[in-house]
Write a protein that binds this ligand. Structure first.
Ligand code: SAM
Ligand code: SF4
Ligand code: SF4
Length: 338
C-alpha cells in the first residue's frame, strides 16, 4: 500500500479508526462479555464524573480525525444507554475529514432512538444477535431477553433508513447450531450477517481455545447447505472476510481474530468511556487523556500525545497469541468497547 498522509506505527500501520466507548454499563449480561456472576450489583461501574463528557469526547475525536482517522464507531457497554446519544452523534458527524460514523449495539433500545440517530447523521448500525432461538438467546444474554426485541430494533433502524450489519459471536457448545439458521434467515433480509470467532478479551469470560469455532469451520458448516463464493476486500484493514451466496442474494462476513489474525492491517485505536486510549483490544494498559484534558491540554498537546503513542505502537496480540496465550493481563471488552 502506498504511504498516505497521516501517522504510522512501528509496523507501518496508519491510524485510521477510532472506537469510542460511551459507557461501561449494559442492559445485558452476555456470558462471554459481562458474566452476571461478576458484573453483579456489587460491581463498581464508572461514576458519572469519571465518564468523558460529550465535549471531551468530541475534542478527542476531533484530534484523531485531524491526524488521519476517517472512521468512528460508537460502542460500549451498551452505547444506547448513554443519555442523549444522538446529540453526540450529531456533533461527531460535523467533524471535517470524517467519512464513516457507525455504532455497535445489542439493538434493544433502537426503537426509541433509531430515527434520532439517523437525523443526527448516522448511516449505519451493527446489531449483535447470537441466536434466533429465544430461549438460548435469553441464556446467552444473561437477562432472559428473547429475540423479538432485537429484531424489532433492527426493523426500527431499517425503517429509519439506517444500513444494518448483524454480529453473531460463535462459541462452541453454545450456539454453533445457530450458524445455518442465522445465515438462512439473514440471507433474505437487507442486513449483512457477520460471524465472530469467540475471543479471549478480558479475563472474566473463561475463554478456552477449544471453544472457538474457526472461520474454516463456520464456512464449511454454511456451505453444506448454502454455497458461498469469496468476495474481495473493500478496503485496506477490512476485518471481515466476505463471502457471497452463490445465488447472488446477499453476503456474509467472518471475523477471524483467532484462527486468522489481522494485526498486520490493524489501523484502530480505542477510547474507553473514562478517557483512556488503547492501541490494541488486548492491551493491559491505556493512556489517560482525561486528566490532561481536564487540566487544560491544548490541541497541540493532544496531537503530540496521540502521535507519540501511535508512532511507538508495536501491538500484534492476535498474531502473538499462540506464543504466550493467556499470560497477559487484559482489559474487559465492556470497558474498552468491541
Ligand atoms: N453492547 C453492544 C453490543 O453487544 O453490540 C456493543 C458492545 S459489545 C462489547 C461489541 C461486540 O463485541 C458485540 O458484537 C459482541 O458480540 C462482541 N463481543 C463481546 N465479547 C466478545 C468475545 N469474547 N468474543 C467475541 N466477540 C465478543
Ligand atoms: Fe452488553 Fe454487548 Fe457485552 Fe452483551 S456483548 S454484555 S450486549 S456490551
Ligand atoms: Fe489490532 Fe490488537 Fe486485534 Fe491485532 S490483536 S488486530 S493489533 S486490536
Amino acid at each position: 500500500m502506498a504511504m498516505e498522509k497521516g501517522i504510522y506505527d512501528q509496523l507501518k500501520r496508519p491510524l485510521k479508526d477510532l472506537r469510542i466507548s460511551v459507557t461501561d454499563q449494559c442492559n445485558f449480561r452476555c456470558t462471554y462479555c459481562m458474566p452476571k456472576e461478576i458484573f453483579d450489583k456489587d460491581y463498581s461501574f464508572l461514576d458519572k464524573k469519571e465518564l468523558l463528557s460529550f465535549d471531551e469526547i468530541v475534542t478527542i475525536a476531533e484530534r484523531f480525525v485531524s491526524l488521519g482517522v476517517t472512521k468512528l464507531r460508537i460502542t460500549g457497554g451498551e452505547p444506547l444507554m448513554r443519555k442523549n446519544l444522538p446529540e453526540l452523534i450529531g456533533r461527531l458527524n460535523q467533524l471535517e475529514g470524517l467519512e464513516d460514523l457507525a455504532l455497535t449495539t445489542n439493538g434493544v433500545l433502537l426503537p426509541r432512538v433509531a430515527e434520532d440517530l439517523k437525523k443526527a447523521g448516522m448511516d449505519r448500525v451493527t446489531v449483535s444477535l447470537d441466536s434466533l432461538d429465544s430461549e438460548l438467546f435469553g441464556r446467552i444474554n444473561g437477562r432472559g431477553t428473547g429475540v423479538e426485541p432485537v429484531l424489532a430494533g433492527m426493523q426500527a433502524a431499517h425503517e429509519a433508513g439506517l444500513k444494518i450489519k448483524v454480529n453473531m459471536m460463535v462459541r462452541k457448545g453454545v450456539n454453533e447450531q445457530e450458524i445455518v439458521p442465522m445465515a438462512r434467515y439473514f440471507k433474505r433480509t437487507p442486513y449483512i450477517l457477520r460471524f465472530i470467532e469467540f475471543m479471549d478479551v478480558g479475563t472474566t469470560n473463561g475463554w478456552n481455545l477449544k471453544e472457538v469455532v474457526t472461520k474454516e469451520e463456520i464456512l464449511k458448516t454454511i456451505q453444506t447447505e448454502l454455497p458461498l463464493r469469496p468476495v474481495r476486500e473493500n478496503y485496506y484493514g477490512e476485518v471481515a472476510s466476505r463471502f457471497q451466496f452463490a445465488d447472488g442474494e446477499n453476503e456474509i462476513g467472518i471475523i477471524s481474530s483467532i484462527s486468522d489474525a489481522f494485526c498486520s492491517a490493524c489501523t484502530r485505536a480505542r477510547l474507553s468511556a473514562d478517557g483512556k486510549i488503547f492501541t490494541c483490544l488486548f492491551a493491559s494498559k491505556g493512556v489517560d487523556f482525561r486528566t490532561p484534558l481536564r487540566e487544560g491540554a491544548t490541541k497541540k498537546d493532544l496531537d503530540q500525545m496521540i502521535t507519540s503513542l501511535w508512532e511507538s505502537r508495536t501491538d500484534r496480540y492476535s498474531d502473538e497469541r499462540r506464543i504466550d496465550a493467556g499470560k497477559k493481563e487484559k482489559i474487559e471488552m465492556s470497558y474498552i468497547g468491541g
